[in-house]
Design a protein around this ligand. Structure first.
Ligand SMILES: CC(C)(COP(=O)(O)OP(=O)(O)OC[C@H]1O[C@@H](n2cnc3c(N)ncnc32)[C@H](O)[C@@H]1OP(=O)(O)O)[C@@H](O)C(=O)NCCC(=O)NCCS
Length: 222
């Protein structure tokens, strides 16, 4: 992954470590329950991560090769003791409890320095507004987390050159994923950069164009 030029800024971010899963209350929307991962979610997460159309838009571009791999390489990242490193969630249908996706802040290594949002939904639930419903509720919740003053390195293009900047959330999308870009824009994210790099997906030899987005915190005045 190409590293964008960075600048050091003073800002505010949710206090680290994040609260452990047991202390996080589910977020309820009209149709969704957005909640922390549990060990019992393995089958539901495996069903999601073995859909090729869904996994095509991840960095590896392929389905998880086995349930054991889903458990050790994916689910374990979001269960204790690792839960406090990120703020990721399972998306369930409120009506049935079915796991239909994941969404939140899944990464420890951040490409733009700002916390990075990601989401994925099972193929049969695309195009029904679920990602938009998730993203609006999750970002609203994000701004309510307890905050600390921090000094961090962020993508230079995401800020205006001041030493002290209001905080942001970031996201990254494949230029050829119009659904994802549209969801971000509907939730108020704005494109701030794009670049071309070798595609990391298995079996793909072309370059990929990636688009960086940021969402300004509601406190931001400029
Ligand atoms: C991207 C993804 C999360 C979108 O979820 P979703 O629930 O279908 O999204 P929504 O229904 O809330 O909104 C999709 C919007 O994009 C639009 N859209 C979808 N495909 C589009 C296309 N090919 N061209 C233009 N717009 C498109 C839809 O019309 C909708 O906009 P509208 O509400 O104004 O009509 C889902 O497709 C997915 O999980 N994809 C695989 C994983 C992935 O790409 N994750 C994101 C990585 S950055």
């Amino acid at each position: 992954m190409a590293e964008p030029p960075k600048v050091r800024v003073k800002t505010r971010l949710p206090t680290r470590p994040f609260p452990p899963n047991v202390e996080r209350k589910p977020i309820r929307t009209e149709r969704l329950i957005i909640r922390p991962f549990t060990e019992d979610d393995l089958d539901g997460i495996y069903a999601l991560r073995t859909q090729p159309e869904v996994m095509y838009f991840t960095a590896v571009g392929r389905i998880d090769p086995s349930k054991d791999e889903t458990r050790t390489s994916y689910l374990a990242r979001y269960l204790p003791p690792n839960d406090i490193r990120t703020y990721h969630n399972v998306l369930c249908l409120a009506s049935t409890g079915e796991i239909i996706g994941t969404g939140g802040m899944p990464k420890v290594d951040l490409i733009f320095g700002w916390p990075e949002i990601a989401y994925m939904l099972k193929r049969e639930y695309w195009g029904q507004g679920y990602a938009t419903e998730f993203l609006r509720a999750f970002t609203e919740h994000w701004w309510t987390l307890p905050r600390s003053e921090v000094e961090i390195e962020v993508a230079a293009d995401s800020v205006n050159g001041s030493e002290e900047v209001p905080e942001m959330l970031s996201a990254m999308a494949d230029e050829e994923n119009p659904g994802s870009k549209h969801v971000l824009e509907k939730a108020g994210f704005q494109e701030f950069t794009r670049w071309i790099e070798p595609d990391t997906r298995e079996g793909v030899i072309d370059d990929i164009t990636l688009v960086g987005f940021v969402l300004k915190s509601p406190d931001r005045k400029d």
